[in-house]
Structures are given as structure tokens and as C-alpha cells.
Design a binder for this molecule. Structure first.
Ligand SMILES: CC(C)(COP(=O)(O)OP(=O)(O)OC[C@H]1O[C@@H](n2cnc3c(N)ncnc32)[C@H](O)[C@@H]1OP(=O)(O)O)[C@@H](O)C(=O)NCCC(=O)NCCS
Length: 172
């Protein structure tokens, strides 16, 4: 729709609706049957699974227009699983992974793996999309795919020790 912007290299599946003024970054993948309503903003490298729902109104009424239209969603480099629901105003952290069917009601930290209804953090997910194992004696968690190291540098804050969060994963 008018005013929407879509970055380079995006893939949009069937039955994807992009409303007025929605902003989508580069290399975003949106699977089938996803509606991105005004107020949604997806940063680079976001993956939206099929039929996921990004809610932009908490209390919709047909006769009441845009009462919550300031709601926003930022999802930098996150994955949102199939049929997951994100309430309006939630900020999804970088590389966070929302499991299929989860209902996310609040902000999600970087690398968090969120599952269930309502969604709870069930662990940490690597940039390669694998669950990080238990921390070793030094507090370091390893990605089973890449071997990259991650650490909870303060409670609830995970950082990758091998590549800055703002750097893209190098091509294989
Ligand atoms: C979360 C996910 C990545 C699996 O992670 P995993 O570590 O391999 O999980 P496992 O299959 O080993 O299951 C581990 C536990 O998590 C639970 N679990 C896995 N996925 C879950 C989900 N989406 N919601 C709730 N619980 C889930 C399992 O039931 C299991 O529970 P248990 O330990 O009590 O038996 C995957 O299930 C998922 O949701 N991926 C999203 C896929 C998607 O939407 N793709 C879209 C494009 S097709």
C-alpha cells in the first residue's frame, strides 16, 4: 500500500499484505499469509514464518478508529515462527527466535528463544538458529553449528564473543 517501503533482496510469499507506511529492511523473508499492518517495522534480515500475526491493536473495535495506532514492532534480525503472535508494542531483540505458535506479550531480549502461550524464554538461540548449550565453567555457551561463543554478560543480556551483533554472518 502507499507509503510502504521494502528493502533490497526481500522475499514475500503468497497472500502477504503490506499496509500503508510499513517499513521493511533489506533481506527480509515473509512467508505465506502474513499481514503487516501500519505501525509495523521490520529491520534487516528478519524472518516471518507462515501465518504469523503481528498485532497492532490491543483492543480493536470496529467503530473505534486507530485508537492504538502508535503501536510499533521492531524485529531486527529476528525469526518469528509459524503462527506466532506478537502483541503490539513489543520489541523483538536481535537474533531472538520466536517458536512456532508462541504468543509474545512483551519485549524479547537479543538471542532469546521464546516458546509457548504466553511465551516464556526457554533458552538462548545462536545466530545460526541453534539452541545454545549450557554455559561452561567460564560462562561461555557454544553454538553447535558454528562453534561461535556466546556469553550472558549481565543477567538477561547475551552477546556473541566472535562477531559483533551488527556484522552480518560471513558468506560460506
Ligand atoms: C523452537 C524450535 C526451533 C525447536 O527447538 P528445539 O530445541 O529443536 O526443540 P525440540 O524439538 O528439541 O523440543 C525441545 C522442547 O521444546 C518444546 N518445543 C519445541 N518447539 C516448541 C514450540 N514451538 N512451542 C512450544 N514448545 C516447543 C518441545 O515440546 C520440547 O519440550 P520437552 O523438552 O518438554 O519435551 C522449533 O520447534 C520451532 O518452533 N521452530 C520454528 C519453525 C517455524 O516456524 N518455521 C517457519 C518456517 S517453515
Amino acid at each position: 500500500m502507499s507509503g510502504a517501503s521494502i528493502g533490497r533482496g526481500c522475499i514475500l510469499g503468497q497472500n502477504v499484505f503490506i499496509a500503508n507506511d510499513v517499513r521493511i529492511g533489506h533481506n527480509v523473508k515473509v512467508q505465506n499469509n502474513v499481514s503487516l499492518y501500519t505501525g509495523v517495522e521490520l529491520e534487516d534480515d528478519v524472518f516471518c514464518g507462515p501465518s504469523c500475526v503481528l498485532r497492532t491493536s490491543v483492543n480493536p473495535r470496529s467503530q473505534v478508529l486507530a485508537i492504538t495506532s502508535t503501536s510499533e514492532l521492531w524485529s531486527p534480525r529476528a525469526t518469528i515462527g509459524a503462527n506466532a503472535t506478537i502483541v503490539c508494542g513489543a520489541t523483538i531483540g536481535r537474533y531472538a527466535f520466536i517458536g512456532a505458535g508462541a504468543v509474545v506479550r512483551g519485549d524479547v531480549p537479543d538471542y532469546a528463544l521464546m516458546l509457548g502461550v504466553p511465551a516464556r524464554r526457554k533458552g538462548w538461540m545462536s545466530r545460526h538458529g541453534l539452541r545454545l548449550g549450557a554455559p561452561d565453567a567460564a560462562g561461555v555457551m557454544h553454538c553447535p553449528e558454528s562453534g561461535w561463543r556466546y556469553q550472558e554478560v549481565e543477567p538477561g543480556v547475551v552477546r556473541c564473543l566472535d562477531l559483533d551483533e551488527d556484522q552480518p554472518i560471513p558468506a560460506l
